[in-house]
Ligand binder design. Structure first.
Ligand SMILES: Nc1ncnc2c1ncn2[C@@H]1O[C@H](COP(=O)(O)OP(=O)(O)OP(=O)(O)O)[C@@H](O)[C@H]1O
Length: 318
């Protein structure tokens, strides 16, 4: 198949097959002069073009998902991504201080999947999460959440989206200082006019190791405990997508395991989608796939790797 885009990809961006495998739905795409090709729509390596040359797209059972002339946009949406980034670029600063935090990143996170994002410090992991969750705007490219293009949404619409569909566990905890741990956990539900189930709130606080701390205010809690309040808060509403930036970084081993179990359960029992930045190979090994960033670009994806395999990929330190 000729490299028509000049960037190492054929007209269907098919080089992703070589290095991308995941829990996403596998589609079969007919090539020009080849039998049906399998492609993995979960992650599109940066630089993938919309070629729009697929004659038709069929799923594994041969059912036609897409007809003549439809473009790869349709293909991507049909593959049921909870979050989809296409050609996302985010640059900070200007001139001599300019930093390209993300360069043409295209990646899809399938509904009900758990993805870990890894890479060296400054490789763009947090920026990826911020752009994907609508907390930051890319300079170019698009971000879709549940099929909706959020790139140009106003602040009010973004706030509603984040309240109703997205949970974030970020390094800045954003707890309300005047509220107790319990009140902080239920605040988003209250704002969304939902009545939180007290037994679920109790269970979550217990599982993140905060039993007995329900009435403490943030200033009466350690940094790690404050983060755990934020984790319980993000999990309570069972959002469609959960973005977690180093959720276990400040936790002891036992609580870290419990938090990872909660994230895994969110995916397995409730079909939520989790995207988690971590530096810890043990934590990343809980995910369905691990995506590696370097200098703002996706450079590799591993499917269900072990902690040892992840350690090897990071530089053979294990
Ligand atoms: N607000 C900002 N202003 C200027 N530069 C920024 C800003 N935010 C991030 N950067 C730069 O963008 C690059 C990517 O940052 P980012 O925080 O996404 O990296 P990271 O992979 O999450 O790093 P770490 O693992 O250290 O948290 C870095 O070079 C960083 O210095």
């Amino acid at each position: 198949m000729p490299d028509e885009t000049g960037d190492g990809l054929d007209s269907f961006g098919r080089h992703q097959e070589r290095r991308i495998c995941c829990s996403g739905r596998k589609l079969r795409v007919p090539g020009d002069n080849q039998a049906h090709q399998n492609i993995w729509p979960m992650v599109l390596s940066q630089g993938m073009r919309r070629q729009g040359r697929a004659a038709s797209v069929r799923d594994g059972s041969g059912r036609c998902l897409m007809g003549d002339g439809a473009d790869s946009d349709t293909l991507l949406i049909m593959s049921d991504h909870a979050v989809l980034l296409e050609g996302v670029t985010r640059t900070y600063g200007k001139g001599a201080t300019e930093v390209a935090a993300l360069c043409q990143v295209s990646v899809g996170f399938p509904r009900g999947s758990f993805t870990a994002v890894m890479g060296p410090s400054g490789s763009g992991k947090s920026t990826l999460l911020q752009c994907a969750s609508g907390l930051d705007r890319p300079d170019s490219g698009t971000v879709r959440v549940a099929g909706q293009d959020i790139t140009h949404l106003g602040e009010k619409e973004l706030a509603v989206l984040r309240r109703d569909r997205i949970g974030v566990i970020f390094q800045a905890f954003n707890l309300v200082p005047s509220l107790t741990a319990w009140q902080n956990v239920i605040l988003p539900s209250r704002l969304a006019r939902r009545r939180p189930d007290p037994s679920r709130v109790r269970e979550l606080l217990h599982r993140v190791g905060l039993a007995g701390r329900e009435r403490h205010r943030p200033t009466q809690l350690s940094g790690g405990q404050q983060q755990r309040v934020a984790i319980a808060r993000a999990l309570l509403g069972r959002p469609e997508v959960l973005f977690a930036d180093e959720p276990t970084g400040a936790l002891d081993r036992r609580t870290g395991h419990e938090v990872l179990a909660l994230l895994r359960e969110a995916v397995d029992a409730f079909g939520q989608t989790v995207v988690m930045v971590t530096h810890d190979p043990e934590a990343a090994a809980q995910a369905d796939s691990v995506l590696f960033l370097t200098d703002g670009r996706i450079v590799d994806v591993l499917d269900r790797p072990s902690a040892d395999q992840i350690g090897m990929r990071l530089g053979g330190r294990r």
